[in-house]
Design a protein around this ligand. Structure first.
Ligand SMILES: Nc1ncnc2c1ncn2[C@@H]1O[C@H](COP(=O)(O)OP(=O)(O)OP(=O)(O)O)[C@@H](O)[C@H]1O
Length: 254
């Protein structure tokens, strides 16, 4: 279980996160939704200690992140929102580097590495550089690297971005299977269908504020016959009755 208490993050005088309180239970898929700049990546980066929160605390399975940083990090797989990293390395060198950093014995990791490469159809590309990859191939390489150590908690920032339909399907199945084993999957997405399909629980952020936390089922039940898109836009969206689109593509401009 992950507990986030009174978490705030300021960048200079910009408040990216305002007093966030959340409990994320093991065995569930937890999704973060929110417009660009709402604070999703800031939250996820705080959970993996990439950024230092301005205030508040995070505990993972009862361990305070500040006091047990290394121990907690070993439990976590993190996929950042951009896969443009270690571009000079081949995919194989990148995974070797991660296995060494996590001190994973070759014998333990070999089968999982092989299986992940096969699942994401990267076998023909292991000796090619990350720089030569398409966005989706880099994303697959980063996913394989993050999941090599078989950590309990997966924290995935827009993980489906750029994946082909097969890889997206496979990753969603992996996420469900991981949660079904009683482990934790946390991810952010802008794709509401994906959120509806996958999430047990949701947090919706708006300009650093938490505006909804609960199950997708409850959210849909509270809004008769509305789609998740309609509900989401009603809560987090702009109230402009469509005139901004008309300004650009309306009849007056024909
Ligand atoms: N390193 C930084 N320096 C200054 N401001 C930052 C920094 N990182 C994020 N911010 C600001 O913090 C706010 C939240 O950003 P964050 O990246 O968490 O949003 P997000 O919800 O992940 O957005 P997106 O959907 O576009 O990825 C934004 O206003 C952003 O400009």
């Amino acid at each position: 279980m992950i507990e986030i208490k009174n978490l705030s993050k300021n960048y200079g005088d910009k408040q990216a996160l305002k007093n966030l309180n959340l409990t994320i239970k093991s065995g569930e898929i937890f999704g973060f939704l929110g417009h660009n700049g709402a604070g999703k990546s800031t939250t996820l980066k705080s959970l993996v200690s990439i950024i230092e929160p301005t205030s508040g605390s995070i505990t993972v399975d009862g361990l305070d992140l500040k006091e047990h940083r290394q121990e907690v990090k070993e439990k976590i797989a993190y996929v950042p929102d951009t896969p443009d990293i270690f571009l000079q390395l081949t995919a194989s060198e990148y995974w070797d580097l991660l296995a060494a950093a996590y001190q994973l014995p070759e014998a333990d990791v070999a089968k999982r590495r092989h299986d992940l490469i096969e699942l994401f159809d990267m076998g023909a590309h292991v000796d090619e550089t990350m720089a030569s990859f398409s966005h989706g191939m880099r994303q697959k390489s980063v996913l394989i690297g993050a999941l090599l150590s078989d950590p309990d908690v997966w924290i995935l920032d827009e993980p489906l971005q750029g994946l082909d339909p097969q890889a997206a399907h496979d990753l969603k199945e992996l996420m469900k299977a991981h949660a079904a084993k009683g482990k934790t999957v946390i991810f952010s997405t802008h794709v509401l269908d994906t959120a509806q399909q996958l999430c047990d629980e949701l947090a919706i952020l708006k300009k650093g504020d938490l505006i909804y936390n609960g199950s997708v089922t409850d959210l849909l039940a509270q809004h008769d016959n509305q789609s998740l898109e309609e509900i989401y836009l009603g809560m987090a969206g702009r109230q402009d009755d469509g005139h901004l689109v008309d300004n650009i593509e309306g009849d007056d401009h024909e």
